[in-house]
Design a protein around this ligand. Sequence first.
Ligand code: R5P
Length: 283
Amino acid sequence: MQMIVVPGSASLSLARSLADTLDVPLADVENRRFPDGECYVRLLSSLDGEDAIVVNRAYPDEKIVETLLLQDAVREAGAKRITTVLSYMGYSRQDKLFNPGEAISARAMARMFSLYSDAVVTVDIHDRGILRWFDVPVEDVSGMPALAEKLETMGVEIVLSPDKGALHRARTVGEMLAVPWDHLEKTRLDGEHVVIKPKDLNVKGKIVAIVDDMISTGGTVVTAAGQLRDQGARRIIAACTHGLFVGNALERVRRACDAVISTDTIENPTTSVTVAREIAGVL
Ligand code: R5P
């Protein structure tokens, strides 16, 4: 079975890198909107009997719909097997009931994306517990090794995660760079605000990297950077897999940190590494 990469409109560059890494063709896809805003997709390449790798991010909502339509078009075009690569899985932070009456959004998304897939690949999913809700085999790969390679060229001396739950990310990067790693003590107050308790981290005069799965409003990394500045850090680098940067977040993060880097799961001005190699590794 010949493999072919089918790009979603939000992940063209990642899809191209993936096709190059795998040395397989990239499908031609027409993508436009109807006057009422509804999405239209059409495959212009032949997929008969192929092993199709659909690559798109599941964010914002319109890209979720586009991904579903792509899955349907790929099946209709005769693909033998469909693997859906969700470069960024939206709704993953609502992964439990915080209040009665809510939806477990991450579960709803996982079930829906499983409907038209034989397998799914996610990248640094917010919590690996979400993986159990996919009804097909799923692999989660990490953007941390790719970020670590870039951070190595930036002279990082200590790697921190904003909270204990994300310590495994700091550990992955810290071990690759052979530098110390630790975590801050974050408590979330609401969607935009967090408090980070002071913790003596021995960052004085050092180049520090804060690593996280995503930067959304920037509240977490800006608050963390403030703490580290107060403790005398020389240079602060924010590194994340998914750079959402909602509203003026990028501006705020750039003001608070000396450098900002992210991967191509969500293409944005700070994208400086690709996760194509990690995805290719599990296909
Ligand atoms: C939270 O648990 C995540 O790992 C990130 O720290 C968080 O989602 C970042 O969001 P924001 O940039 O809005 O603080």
